[in-house]
Design a protein around this ligand. Structure first.
Ligand code: ACO
Length: 352
């Protein structure tokens, strides 16, 4: 047994407003049939005017903290977010739609959650952000730098999409998901057993927002029209997503010593149902091993994996003792996987 980070709380938050495929088809040259057959998505949640990534992150974080308190058997009075027994001493927020380019959004989230002067920072790895943030927080716990961490994945891609782009608007939705990690030992259920992470910057242009960074802003004058919007080259991204999530999953499984057949649930980044099925095929998985909630939420970027976990727990699909493989892929390009045995958790009822 060795010191490990143990997952002990789970939460999530979705904005109230739902945009159906039919509603998109009223605005753009698309159809419910195209979106469902090409992506598996039926609807997505979208923030209201004035609502931001931090608002969703605070709601998801509060729910994960309440879940951690309830799991530890302490009453969740919903009043004091700082657990008097085990205070959170680290906040890591994965997002590529921060409230502002500077400063990071995590300190504001920590402050609004009443967590005091804890270290807090953002991690930017687009759709792989949650796995990167989880690895960062887990490493800080195993190194003894932190004892209890709140890890949040939150994004509001609706704020950076081109309103006229039928492809990206069909895919992306807004949301936030969060987990609490505590120091424990590697033999416990919930212990993070290993990670596989990678990147390939030669694909940086495949998933990007061209304007708003130092390269564009160092040139006087406004950005070229449309460059403030998110763009994605869907086909090569599709191919790389399948390849990199499969390879990353395979190499982590070898390290952890599990065969693909021994994994109960694969919770992959919810990009496209055809990508999930292709990864399943590459790994030799059966359909029942693959968790999918993208029909209800679309691709929620950094929130995707924790929201899929939350929905799988709420639906009874994910049970204590299950061997779980998390795997993500996103802009950068980046990819990453994590493995754990699912713990007993009190999660309450997801409010959306
Ligand atoms: N409705 C109708 N037609 C559409 C739509 C739409 N919403 N979107 C695209 N089309 C059209 C295209 O214009 C194209 O038309 P054409 O043949 O006349 O040129 C046709 O459909 C086929 O387009 P493709 O791009 O080849 O469609 P594909 O089947 O590849 O699906 C998609 C596109 C859904 C984007 C897919 O490529 C995909 O899922 N890519 C990966 C996305 C992903 O994994 N992202 C993860 C990382 S994202 C991140 O990190 C932020």
């Amino acid at each position: 047994m060795s010191r490990a980070a143990v997952l002990c709380g789970l939460g999530g938050s979705l904005p109230e407003r739902i945009v159906s495929n039919e509603e998109l088809a009223e605005q753009l040259d698309t159809s419910d049939r195209w979106i469902r057959t090409r992506t598996g998505i039926g609807q997505r949640h979208v923030v209201a005017p004035g609502q931001s990534t931090s608002d969703l992150a605070v709601a998801a974080g509060a729910q994960a903290l309440a879940s951690a308190r309830a799991t530890a058997g302490r009453a969740d009075d919903g009043v004091d977010p700082v657990d008097p027994v085990d205070p959170v001493d680290l906040v890591v927020l994965a997002t590529s739609t921060p409230d502002r380019p500077c400063p990071a959004t995590a300190p504001d989230v920590a402050h609004r959650l009443g967590l005091g002067h804890v270290p807090s920072f953002d991690v930017s790895a687009v759709c792989t952000g949650f796995v990167y943030a989880l690895a960062t927080a887990a490493s800080m716990i195993t190194a003894g730098i932190a004892g209890r961490a709140l890890v949040i994945g939150a994004d509001t891609f609706s704020t950076i999409l081109d309103p006229a782009d039928r492809t990206t608007r069909a895919i992306f939705g807004d949301g936030a998901g969060a987990v609490v990690l505590r120091a424990g030992d590697s033999g416990e259920p919930g212990a993070l057993l290993g990670f596989d992470l990678g990147s390939d910057g030669s694909g940086a242009d495949l998933i990007t927002v061209r304007a708003g960074g130092s390269r564009q802003r160092s040139v006087p004058g406004p950005a070229a029209e449309g460059e403030e919007f998110f763009t994605m080259d869907g086909r090569p991204v599709f191919t790389r997503a399948v390849l990199d999530m499969s390879r990353s999953s395979q190499s982590l499984l070898e390290r952890v010593g599990w065969s693909a057949a021994e994994v109960d649930k694969v919770v992959a980044h919810q990009a496209n149902i055809r990508i999930l099925n292709a990864v399943g095929e590459q790994l030799g998985l059966e359909e029942k091993q693959i968790v999918a909630n993208l029909d209800r939420v679309g691709n929620t970027v950094a929130a995707s994996i924790p929201l899929a976990l939350r929905d799988a727990v709420a639906g009874g699909e994910l049970q204590p003792g299950h061997r779980v493989l998390l795997t993500g892929f996103g802009g950068g390009l980046t990819w990453g996987s994590a493995a754990l045995v699912w713990p007993e958790l009190e999660t309450g009822r997801p409010h959306r």
